[in-house]
Design a protein around this ligand. Structure first.
Ligand SMILES: [Zn+2]
Length: 60
């Protein structure tokens, strides 16, 4: 999944469109909770790697 640490904050990126989430997070779990709340989804790609998908990309 694409949750990257930038300085003291975790940032969440969509692996499809590259869009960054509106919020940054102090804790990794905050990013995970944000994904659940905002309708992001984790899915495996063809390389069996987890990728994060934003609500806009999820429907396509
Ligand atoms: Zn997206």
């Amino acid at each position: 999944m694409t949750i990257e640490k930038e300085g003291f904050l975790y940032c969440l990126y969509c692996d499809i469109c590259g869009e960054k989430a509106d919020e940054s997070f102090n804790e990794f779990m905050d990013a995970v909770n944000y994904k659940k709340r905002e309708g992001w989804r984790s899915q495996k790609n063809e390389h069996e790697e987890w990728e994060d998908v934003c609500p806009e990309c999820r429907g396509t």
